[in-house]
Design a protein around this ligand. Structure first.
Ligand SMILES: N[C@@H](CCC(=O)N[C@@H](CS)C(=O)NCC(=O)O)C(=O)O
Length: 217
């Protein structure tokens, strides 16, 4: 069976886990902290970043986007990449923007409120939190609000890699006790509710809460 190296509360590992769950592809999660010196992990991830992956025929590589692209090649079940070329391009752009800008803004709050205090014993910096809430998050939310419609998902009726990536960031905000303001970002508010209600999101959140509540063992 394929091996996914990482820890479920990492937003990039979470993204890979959500994609496996959506496509119903089995894997083994080998709990691995970023920068672990484990030799097998380092063969797959020379830079020490998680997630990393080893296929069932023994080939290793890293990066959430690469892992999901690989998954799609081995299973077309519940495809995460739209068929139409322009939709496909939009989904990839949203994945890229989600992995960079949205991940940076949501990850900053998640770090201050969850990862810092629980995993590395670093106190929350309240002035940084204020800056994130008043500057970083509104900027990315305004863009997201402009890309959402009343349709189910970011690109039409089917969940795509764009939703998996952006949904992963929304789970970070849930753990960080952040509520999207309905009056300010109404489309994002209902999209957030829809994504978090998905069975794959619920299962992922339960898995992570277990680790967040108990801390790293
Ligand atoms: N582009 C990578 C980013 C992965 C990443 O930055 N992972 C973080 C954990 S959430 C990490 O391993 N950080 C350790 C480091 O940068 O040294 C992906 O999509 O997988």
């Amino acid at each position: 069976m394929s091996i996914l190296y990482g820890v479920s509360p990492s937003p990039f590992v979470r993204k890979a886990m959500l994609a496996h769950a959506h496509k119903n592809v089995p894997y083994e999660l080998k709990v691995t902290m970023p920068n672990s010196e484990d030799e097998e992990f380092r063969q797959a991830s020379p830079t020490g970043k998680v997630p990393a992956y080893k296929t069932d025929d023994g080939v290793g590589f890293a990066d959430s986007s690469v892992i999901v692209a690989y998954l799609e090649r081995i299973s077309t079940n519940h495809s995460l990449y739209p068929e139409k070329a322009s939709d496909y391009a939009q989904a990839l752009w949203l994945e890229e923007w989600g992995d960079s800008e949205l991940m940076a803004a949501t990850g900053a709050l998640y770090f201050q409120r969850v990862i810092g205090p629980i995993f590395i014993k670093q106190e929350t910096d309240l002035s940084r939190v204020d800056e994130i809430l008043t500057e970083l998050l509104p900027k990315v939310f305004n863009l997201l609000e402009s890309r959402l419609s009343d349709e189910n998902w970011l690109i039409g009726d089917n969940l795509s890699i764009a939703d998996i990536t952006i949904g992963s960031c929304l789970i970070s905000l849930l753990h960080a006790d952040y509520q999207v303001e309905q009056s300010r970002w109404p489309k994002l508010y209902s999209y957030n509710e829809r994504f978090l209600a998905l069975p794959i999101a619920q299962a992922q959140i339960a898995n992570e809460k277990n680790m967040i509540n108990n801390g790293p063992s």
